[in-house]
Design a protein around this ligand. Structure first.
Ligand SMILES: [Zn+2]
Length: 306
């Protein structure tokens, strides 16, 4: 980070209370979604590498602060991506005390079959410097990082050629929650996060549509399913957005503050282990708003049927 950026960050952090109060009218009118993955005291190597974990004690603190900031019930949404064990055992326990209903964005195939998400599987192969895998990616001109650019056909070919110990990959990735504890629970919602966690932009439009539909067909039968979609790795393009709209997804989420939001596309704010006090949490929210310079759009969750 450059010197100037550091000073700017310091000033915004110091002034976070003041700035937050100035922006409060905007925050009160809109509603904000927070993006989490795992809540655990023992994160996996994969979760550590990609900063996907928040300790339960820090998570509790964050929820306390958010609950105070957003006085109105349901004016913020907590979302968990990927279906990790602690997000249910630790995360829901804490949220339940505050009477907060989160949404879990899940990949049915992975949870049902205890099979690693594409992102963790490929990240594992990259980490292990699996020669066969690397060579295949290079020959097929798959760009790095491979997990963002590999498609289903390519991965299947690699898996056939490689003898991969799935148990090792799951150890690296982190445990999944038990899907039967999620479905039909009145304490939470579930949403679509693709079938196997391929990066949406790596798939052709046809295959992307097939993929989201496979997940939808499995999840739609559950009472607590909402037709919301969260992009894997937060990445998307206009074609994929159009496909989701054609399939009538009412809310679509990304998780990086890089684009102007429109229609039913919403950004999410990712809090992490460092956001362990009110000032830092307010800072993250301010940055999220300022980054999009007024174009920031938050989801509204006052109505469960929304
Ligand atoms: Zn994900």
């Amino acid at each position: 980070m450059s010197f100037l950026k550091k000073i700017a960050k310091y000033l915004v952090l110091k002034l976070s209370n003041l700035l937050f109060n100035l922006l409060y009218f905007k925050i009160q009118k809109k509603n904000i979604t927070f993006c989490y993955h795992e809540i655990s005291n023992k994160p996996s190597d994969f979760q550590k590498k990609f900063n996907l974990n928040v300790k339960p004690s820090v998570f509790r603190k964050q929820i306390q602060v958010l609950n105070n900031i957003f006085e109105k019930k349901n004016s913020f949404l907590v979302s968990f991506d990927d279906g990790y064990e602690g997000s249910l055992t630790e995360g829901l326990k804490i949220l339940d005390k505050f009477n907060i209903k989160p949404i879990y964005f899940i990949c049915y195939y992975c949870l049902k079959n205890n099979f690693p998400l594409v992102s963790s599987l490929v990240s594992y192969l990259e980490k292990k410097k699996n020669k066969k895998f690397e060579t295949y990616c290079l020959i097929n001109k798959i760009k790095k990082p491979f997990f963002l650019n590999i498609n289903e056909e390519q991965l299947n070919t690699c898996l056939k050629k490689n003898n991969i110990n799935i148990g090792d990959v799951l150890n690296y990735q982190g445990k999944f929650l038990k899907i039967k504890k999620l479905i039909n629970s009145k304490k939470l919602f579930i949403g679509n996060h693709s079938y196997k966690h391929f990066n949406g932009t790596a798939l052709s439009n046809i295959n992307f549509e097939k993929d989201i539909n496979r997940n939808y067909q499995k999840l739609k039968i559950y009472k607590n399913y909402k037709n919301y979609y969260a992009f894997t790795n937060g990445r998307f393009d206009n074609d994929k957005l159009k496909i989701l709209n054609k399939n009538k997804y009412t809310k679509i989420f990304s998780s990086n503050n890089t684009v102007k939001k429109k229609n039913n596309l919403f950004d999410r704010i990712c809090l992490d282990n460092n956001d362990d006090n009110e000032q830092k949490i307010k800072f993250k929210i301010i940055i999220g708003i300022l980054y999009n310079f007024g174009f920031y759009k938050f989801a509204s969750f006052k109505n469960d049927n929304d």
